[in-house]
Design a protein around this ligand. Structure first.
Ligand code: GAR
Length: 200
């Protein structure tokens, strides 16, 4: 199984996945990092781990279609079986989603369907939510919407700040995402409509 991780930022989830691949807990080949931001920390993390990097910047293409066609080429060239979005701050278009249906995962730092979008940790904090969490889901055509694989909650207590909450969310993400990837790779998931059934 060849995995492509897509990231736009620091790459702490990428690093967590790299650790699990190295330790043999995730049995797959991290074949490619697709990144749209030249300054993303994820690039250095991938290079250090010997993972091939495809830096594909939206600005270099006249439209979303040609940008995504380039991403599609990189996926084909590297025989990618599974796409793992880890802080990739763009919505994938329908062509990529159709071509890899059921083979694209995303992690979101809130309990979907609450607090969709790119500032979910801050949004939950500012809203005064008492509970938030992390969701790993399959990707479909709508934002932060596909069937939910794993979801775990975190309490927001009086002493939390946006920073302490972010640290707690990241710690949980680094545990939950590898767990979800393992379930997918081991063929333990069955999708029925919006429901994802996990077999023992
Ligand atoms: C993660 O918290 C991830 O859940 C979030 O971006 C962060 C990336 O961190 N994704 C979204 O908000 C997507 N809607 P990382 O670059 O350190 O892995």
């Amino acid at each position: 199984m060849n995995i492509a991780v897509f990231a736009s930022g620091k790459g702490s989830n990428l690093a967590a996945i790299i650790r699990q691949v190295k330790s043999g807990k995730i049995k797959a080949n991290l074949a490619l990092l697709v990144c749209d931001q030249p300054k993303a920390g994820a690039i250095a993390k991938a290079k250090r781990a010997g993972i091939k990097v495809a830096l594909i910047k939206r600005d270099d293409f006249p439209d979303k279609k040609s940008f995504e066609a380039k991403i599609g080429e990189a996926l084909k060239e590297n025989s990618i079986d599974l796409i793992v979005l880890a802080g990739f701050m763009r919505m994938l278009g329908s062509e990529l989603v159709c071509a890899y249906r059921g083979k694209i995962l995303n992690i979101h730092p809130a309990l979907l369907p609450s607090f969709k979008g790119s500032h979910a940790i801050r949004d939950a904090f500012d809203y005064g939510a008492k509970v938030t969490g992390v969701t790993v889901h399959f990707v479909d055509e709508k934002m932060d919407h596909g069937p939910i694989i794993l979801q775990r909650a975190i309490k927001i207590d009086r002493r939390d700040t946006p920073e302490s909450l972010e640290a707690k969310i990241h710690k949980l993400e680094h545990k939950l995402y590898p767990e979800a990837i393992r379930l997918v790779l081991e063929g333990k998931l069955k999708v029925s409509g919006r429901k994802v059934l996990v077999s023992a």
